[in-house]
Design a binder for this molecule. Structure first.
Ligand SMILES: Nc1[nH]c(=O)nc2c1ncn2[C@H]1C[C@H](O)[C@@H](COP(=O)(O)OP(=O)(O)OP(=O)(O)O)O1
Length: 177
């Protein structure tokens, strides 16, 4: 198990025993206009879906460093402040590896969004999220983000990457373990 994983604090033993891959997901927010920056994923996992910016955490970095790096690589924004808002575990049918996704918001960043090889960025009102073009779990936990609540979610997906067959979602006091 990756020592940076927090699975043992939140999952049941059956799932803790599985291999976990660490990912980040960052949502830049413009507090003045109440907009959030999403990117249309142009390739790879989740292609054609709108999402925050993120990816795999590299072996040499902390999860937070990975979050800042991926945001920079995929959107052109350099975060000067990020805060963790959630923790998501995804289990895909026929895949033995759990995706452990650390979710952040950033309301302070330098630079302007730019299209990259991986993402086409676009601003959306925080109350007008295009959930029909996002991952199916996003509409379930986004309300927590809006209310400034921390959350932990676990979602079991069919291989079609669309259908959720089981879910757990709850508010937590803290994401520091
Ligand atoms: N169900 C889901 N809901 C969600 O909101 N985000 C999800 C998700 N499943 C995965 N993600 C996010 C986590 C992460 O930010 C991203 C997947 O990471 P990557 O973009 O790194 O994947 P790739 O396979 O494209 O990797 P690279 O080839 O290294 O770019 O998708």
């Amino acid at each position: 198990m990756d020592s940076r994983s927090v699975a043992k604090h939140v999952e049941d033993p059956e799932y803790v025993a599985r291999p976990h891959k660490l990912y980040t997901l960052v949502f830049p927010v413009d507090t003045a206009t109440s907009k959030v920056l999403l990117g249309m994923k142009k390739r790879g996992f989740g292609k054609d879906k709108l999402n925050g910016f993120g990816g795999k955490v590299e072996p040499h970095e902390t999860i937070e460093q990975g979050a800042v790096r991926e945001l920079q690589e995929e959107s052109g924004l350099t975060a000067t402040h990020i805060k963790k808002i959630g923790l998501l575990f995804f289990y895909f049918e026929n895949d033995p590896v759990t995706m452990e996704v650390h979710v952040y918001q950033s309301d302070r960043y330098d630079g302007r969004p730019m299209e990259t090889d991986e993402m086409r960025p676009e601003w959306f009102g925080v109350h007008e999220m295009p959930f029909e073009r996002m991952w199916a779990d996003d509409s379930l936990w986004w309300p927590y983000a809006l209310e400034n609540k921390r959350f932990v979610g676990r979602f079991w997906f069919k291989a079609d990457q669309v259908t959720i067959t089981r879910q757990e979602l709850r508010e937590v006091d803290s994401l520091e373990f």
